[in-house]
Design a protein around this ligand. Sequence first.
Ligand SMILES: Nc1ncnc2c1ncn2[C@@H]1O[C@H](COP(=O)(O)OP(=O)(O)OP(=O)(O)O)[C@@H](O)[C@H]1O
Ligand SMILES: [Mg+2]
Length: 242
Amino acid sequence: MSREDSAPILRLKGINTFYGPIHILQDVDLEIYPGELVCLLGGNASGKSTTLKTVLGIVSPASGSVEFLGKTVTDRSTSHRIKNGMAVVPENRRIFGDMTVRENLLMGAYLRQDQEGIEADMKRMLDLFPRLAERIQQLGSTLSGGEQQMLAMARALMSRPTLLLMDEPSMGLAPVLVKQNFELIREINAQGTTVFMVEQNANMALSIADRGYVLQTGRIALTDTAGKLLQNEALRKAYLGR
Ligand SMILES: Nc1ncnc2c1ncn2[C@@H]1O[C@H](COP(=O)(O)OP(=O)(O)OP(=O)(O)O)[C@@H](O)[C@H]1O
Ligand SMILES: [Mg+2]
């Protein structure tokens, strides 16, 4: 399905966000269509996490609107948005250290009542993440960084989200683990979950994404298909290190 045929799952229109007097996001527009894997690139402090927090309603924009599944949610709470199908893997993962892998996964399904569906998804997650299956009774705090990132992803997926939001899934991981986790993100997307991912690792993100946006000091400086962004001279100089 080409994206022009469908309505966007997520649309930010004219978003301006402030922290106190400081103007962070400036006239940000973006759209995510069903089935897409879209990345938001940008350097430190460019406003990437603030954009995700605005999508989730953790911060409120001073102007502009957030539409999710065709409805304006700008004034709705974070929990409303999560109930309606957003899920997040936050910047620092925030898994529950004193709970087992299984308990962490079940926490991801806490809004669901369908026991059979939950069990089926648990099985699906353990197939997708065999390392978690091997560690199902292990405490979250004892997992390696890469395993914690997998657990955070799997936990988010246990809510059966319509839109999976991820903040820097590569952060703090060795290159080989980054590659593994990005392959999993691509697999999750291939299985039907729309993904919006914030990343500083532009090369890796663009290698799996359909499209990307580039934030520069709070403004969208560039947006294009991942293939075109990988070829973009200015972007290569600024973010791709070559
Ligand atoms: N709660 C806050 N109060 C005041 N300023 C904030 C707050 N959160 C973020 N900022 C500032 O807003 C700017 C954008 O921050 P943000 O976290 O969105 O950047 P980022 O692109 O995610 O950066 P990084 O790649 O380092 O995670 C930064 O200058 C940051 O210091
Ligand atoms: Mg950030």
